[in-house]
Write a protein that binds this ligand. Structure first.
Ligand SMILES: CC(C)(COP(=O)(O)OP(=O)(O)OC[C@H]1O[C@@H](n2cnc3c(N)ncnc32)[C@H](O)[C@@H]1OP(=O)(O)O)[C@@H](O)C(=O)NCCC(=O)NCCS
Length: 444
């Protein structure tokens, strides 16, 4: 049975000629045109990035290697008695493009076991952070500290042929992913548990071991696996994935790229929204004196937020135009395990009233909830009450997608990313020319 790296090598040999043919024979074929609105509107919808690992359809939601999320959850192997699949199976799917067998997943689990030990200096760096540092800042710095371990950086400095870049990138990526649960749970213990950490259990899979190190019993292992899988990838254009790719395109190694990705994720319009959702929910709960609000009371709260000029955290999306399937999968889990809990009832009531209000408000193109509208409520219910920490969990998941993409970026030898900018003067000139052209056409 070929192991993950051998199988990846075989896949790379199949994909390289496809990319080479597109470049050599079809470079002039037009894919998309760009408007002034897109340039000034944060590049929405411009088709200028490439990834084969996931694709986001505005109406259907994300597909991983062609599989919808319900298919991914149904098809990937699961630990005995578990509801959520092995994260290691997802990594296989991302890299190879096929659903793995149990044996193939076990091979990936073994790979991670070999790579999970964290050098002492990373703990020391985390310990040195001043109090009140945000966990995402510590997380990013801890990942960057590991950069001295980079195989890619060493091989590159020694002289490495471009066709071989993917191999040390693969080594760096697996080494880093294996260590992320250790880093995250150590940060958690340091910030919120007086430094009392639970040692890793080498007999467990990545999600199970994370739950173990957090000290939270089942079914939190399923929550952890589900969380990492749902947050792993959302095609290339979101801030975190794009940052990881952009930095990596300069041939910065995996550690530098993932650390940058974490910084992008830490913005409130992106990954930090999950912490904002809980903060906002708790303000509502306090206002209600913790009783379950009526629909009118909850509507008032949503309107008050909008009228104060703030966004409703966890709602809206730059690409999606329907309820995020990642929200729905978490909701299914919550309905099974915590339907009677007040935090779920608040999330549920908000889901009932917010989309209509956002439609009436008339600004957001997508009034439906995204992944962040639900993830924090699950964490809260299972005892992770420090919501500043939630984006770190998102970061573990997103690192998996970013790392898989970095490996494939190098495998297919994608170049340095360098789009072109123009000035407002130039844009006005282009607009004037376009106006003249269209008035001449309407006269003739
Ligand atoms: C995700 C998000 C950043 C997408 O931004 P976008 O692509 O610019 O969204 P839109 O094109 O729909 O934005 C159009 C307008 O609607 C507003 N809008 C979008 N989502 C909104 C929300 N949840 N609440 C209130 N207003 C919202 C925008 O702020 C923008 O207002 P403006 O014209 O005054 O600048 C945006 O929906 C948002 O801020 N959501 C809340 C934060 C969040 O949940 N982030 C996690 C995303 S996974």
């Amino acid at each position: 049975m070929p192991n993950l790296k051998q199988k990846l090598r075989e896949k790379i040999d199949i994909w390289r000629p496809r990319v080479a043919r597109l470049i050599q024979e079809h470079s002039d074929v037009v894919v998309d045109q760009v408007t002034v609105g897109q340039i000034l509107g944060g590049m929405r919808g411009i088709k200028c990035l490439v990834t084969d690992i996931s694709y986001l359809d505005p109406m259907e939601g994300i597909r991983y290697r062609g599989f919808t999320l319900p298919e991914v959850f149904a098809k990937l192997p699961k630990p005995r008695g578990a509801e959520s699949p092995y994260v290691e199976g997802l990594i296989y799917l991302f890299l190879i493009g096929e659903i793995p067998t149990v044996e193939e997943v076990e091979d990936v689990i073994d790979e991670f076991h070999k790579r999970r030990i964290l050098p002492r200096y990373v703990y020391d760096v985390i310990d040195q952070f001043p109090c009140c540092s945000h966990p995402m800042t510590i997380f990013s710095a801890a990942v960057m500290t590991l950069q001295r371990e980079s195989f890619f950086a060493k091989k590159y400095a020694a002289g490495l042929n471009k066709t071989g870049f993917w191999d040390p990138t693969y080594e760096d990526a697996l080494n880093l992913i294996a260590k992320l649960p250790e880093i995250a749970t150590y940060i958690y213990a340091k910030l919120y548990r007086d430094g009392k950490r639970i040692q890793s259990n080498p007999g467990l899979d990545l999600g199970g071991n994370f739950a173990h190190m957090m000290g939270i019993p089942r079914p939190y292992d399923d929550v952890a696996r589900m969380h990492f899988i749902l947050h792993s990838d959302h095609e290339s254009g979101n801030v975190s994935a794009h940052t990881g790719h952009l930095v990596g395109s300069s041939l910065a190694d995996v550690y530098l790229s993932v650390s940058s990705m974490i910084n992008g994720l830490a913005g409130p319009l992106h990954g930090l929204a999950n912490q904002e959702v809980l903060r906002w929910l708790h303000e509502l709960m306090d206002r209600m004196d913790h009783k379950i609000p009526t629909e009118d009371e909850i509507k008032q709260y949503v309107w008050d937020t909008l009228n104060a000029g703030m966004v409703i955290p966890g709602y809206g999306h730059a690409v999606l135009r329907k309820t995020d399937p990642r929200f729905l999968l978490q909701r299914d889990f919550a309905m099974k395990h915590m339907a009677g809990d007040p935090i779920f009832q608040y999330v549920d009531l908000l889901y009932k009233v917010t989309p209509d209000i956002l439609m009436e408000h008339g600004k957001a193109k997508n009034p439906w909830p995204n992944v962040d509208a639900h993830s924090g409520a699950l964490q809260w219910y299972y005892g992770v009450r420090e919501y500043d920490f939630y984006t770190v969990l998102f970061g573990i998941g997103r690192a998996i997608g970013v790392c898989a993409n970095l490996i494939w970026d190098r495998a297919l030898m994608y170049p340095l990313e360098r789009p072109k900018s123009i000035t407002i003067d130039m844009m006005e000139e282009i607009v004037e020319k376009a106006k003249k052209k269209s008035s001449m056409e309407s006269v003739s």
